[in-house]
Design a protein around this ligand. Sequence first.
Ligand SMILES: *Cc1c(COP(=O)(O)O)cnc(C)c1O
Length: 491
Amino acid sequence: MFQIPVKGEGKAEVLQRIRDLQEADVSWKEGRTWSMVYYIDEDHLQLIKEAYGAYLSENFLNPFAFQGLRKMEEELIRMGVSLLNGDEQSTGTMTSGGTESIFLAVYAYRQRARALRPRIKAPEMVAPASIHPAFDKACHLLGIKLRKAPLAQDFRADPRQMERLINANTILLAASSPSYPHGLLDPIEAIADIALRRGLPMHVDACIGGFMLPWVERLGASLPPWDFRVNGVTSMSADLHKFGYAAKGASLILYREPEFLKYQFYVATDWPGGIYASTTMLGTRPGGAVSAAWAAMMALGQEGYLRVAGEIMEGVARLKTALAGMEDLEVIGEPVMNIVAFTTRRNQPDIFVVADQLEARGWVVDRQQSPNCLHLTLMRYNIPVLDQYAADLKEALDFARNNPRAVSQGNAAMYGLMARIPFRGVVEKNVRRLFEELYNFSSVMRVSDSPQTSSKDHSSFNPAPWIGKLNRFLTGWFAFKTWLKGKKIKE
Ligand SMILES: *Cc1c(COP(=O)(O)O)cnc(C)c1O
């Protein structure tokens, strides 16, 4: 059994071991990944490391104990409020990430509904199908039914479809600025109108857009209002650890008025350990996440954020031009920032075969479903490799076009299959099994059982043999359907 080493090792050796383990990670700095790491340069990274270190051990559970952290949190909230066009009344808290921000908003609105509308026994909320799964998770944990409205033709939220799902149990509406899957701005004004008319609160998820869209607007894009400028928007989530370029573990939940925030707080009064009060979901809160986020804003300033956003948006323009030059490709909707999803027209050739080809050329590819498409978040480190990406994408498309019988392979096949199986329960069971295997350390999938290995074994998971068979069957079936459609069009 692997255990804490009896004798500790030297610091240098331990740090070297970490570097060795990092060899197995995706090498995002080379720009072949299009998500996950929000990075400007080494200089900024060093700054947030040092700033995090300054409060590495302090616990921000009690905001009265560490006045320095409290001051920084207050300033972060106020900077967030002014950036998102709230007013003097607006307030909120810092959280550990988008999921916590969203969880807290849904929790606060549930508590508020319990207080103000006690007749509701089975609360529900309404959101578009593109809303982030953090809402599914929050609703799951909080016993709320999440009703999802189908998207409009342009893949944005459809206010009419949303309104149809409102009933006497509805406690909250939500939409995204912009949506994660396609980077599209939901029609916030129209949905907020419904919220006002129905006397409902509305949350805008700006986890990814909150610290990017303001600069995109200042760079000259004219967007319909998407934040607190819209009357009827009662809260917003915005992630500091995305385009705020803070250290991981940092987000903001902001409310238009303190009236909403107050439902977020929790107090336990009869614990032998004393009176326990907390402002967010966490108990112990990392002080370093606060000081690193604060340092990022102080050091970059509005000019710094604007400069980086400008570089990124120039890259986006180049990427869009490259995509427009490839005849079979189409971008999904009209992306407003640096998130772009694209696919092939009528999925000819199969976009997942294109994905395999990109992977074979060393790119990390994010696949999406309904519709099948590929997802890019363009970061600063992707800019130097944009031309290479475009060239490889062109080759991948040529391959897929010249090999119409190719089916997606490996991990891609697994994903493609999962995306197409109509029985979502089967999919859930299989994905759950992946996690169960990953954390079952006596099984074959273990990452390492000795401190010497830093293997990549976890990527070689073998799905059940029937998956291959079913995939071949479904691939055949979809090929047949496509062929039939083509025949009909010709006739
Ligand atoms: C990232 C993201 C979330 C979830 O945030 P985490 O920080 O991953 O917990 C929610 N909504 C959107 C739109 C996001 O991009």
